[in-house]
Design a protein around this ligand. Structure first.
Ligand code: KIV
Length: 270
């Protein structure tokens, strides 16, 4: 029996995720509310309450203005809807500028929500922050490669791992996070060979997003995967349905029926 089938009846833990490395691909999707979290509850291994909610939920241009209040509010909602996947709260920009701030904010995330882990963007240069959290019993999911919180300082979203030198830097980042106690690492926006090299270099699972097929798992932002976010579609996004079109068609039918007094009929009337 696969670890996945096994876990449908059980809560996914850090141990489950660690054991999946090299054995069974890990599935992770983002969610921001209890309605969708409930839909995802029995199917995915992990739910990320990503700071991408600042873009797809709040409508801002980037993730940088997300804050702890928002992340806690949405993580509470997700935890209300899903009790089986491992739930991760994404630490927003500015919430882990030093070890004390990181510890204060991550402790708050643990106290006020049922998230089992927090996510932090950054490699070697953030290993001290990861260590400060893991040595205080807070589980950390790392995040390397293209890091949306570095958008302004990097001058744009840049695909990583195009040269051997950069692949080596990414491997150093991944190893530093493993050493600091991260239980897994999100690897975003890297060439496939970089995703493979990073995955082979560490003993903890890698979860790719735009990192090719060799990582230990995959994550997608739900509104991208189901075709609700229409502002742009990165190359790595596969749309599993056209949610926006489904809603537009259903809404236009509703509006049409109300305008033409076809709804409500007797069936929908007390
Ligand atoms: O915020 C987010 O949704 C993320 C994913 C892109 C991994 O960090």
């Amino acid at each position: 029996m696969s670890i996945h089938t096994d876990r449908v009846a059980k809560k996914v833990t850090l141990t489950t995720i660690r054991k999946m490395k090299g054995r069974e691909p890990i599935t992770m999707i983002t969610a921001y509310d209890s309605l969708f979290a409930k839909l995802f509850n029995e199917s995915v291994d992990m739910i990320l309450v990503g700071d991408s909610l600042n873009m797809s939920f709040l409508g801002r241009d980037d993730t940088l203005s997300a804050n702890m209040e928002q992340m806690i509010y949405h993580t509470k909602a997700v935890c209300n809807g899903a009790d089986l996947p491992l739930i991760v709260l994404d630490m927003p920009f500015g919430s882990y500028i030093n070890e004390n701030e990181a510890l204060k904010n991550a402790t708050r995330a643990y106290r006020e929500t049922n998230a089992q882990a927090v996510k932090i963007e950054g490699g070697k240069s953030r290993a001290n922050i990861v260590k400060a959290l893991t040595s205080n019993s807070i589980a950390v999911l790392g995040h390397i490669g293209l890091m949306p919180q570095f958008l302004r300082s990097d001058g744009g979203y840049k695909i990583r791992g195009k040269t051997q030198e950069d692949i080596d830097t990414l491997i150093e980042d991944a190893k530093a996070l493993e050493e600091a106690g991260a239980f897994a690492i999100v690897v975003e926006g890297v060439k496939e060979e970089a995703g493979k090299a990073i995955t082979e270099a560490v003993n903890i699972p890698t979860i790719g997003i735009g990192a090719g097929k060799y990582t230990d798992g995959q994550v997608l932002v739900w509104s991208d995967a189901f075709g609700f976010f229409e502002d742009f579609k990165p190359k790595f996004v596969k749309q599993y349905c056209n949610g926006a079109e489904l809603i537009r068609n259903a809404l236009s039918q509703y509006v049409d029926e109300v305008k033409n007094r076809k709804f409500p009929t007797k069936e929908f009337t007390y």
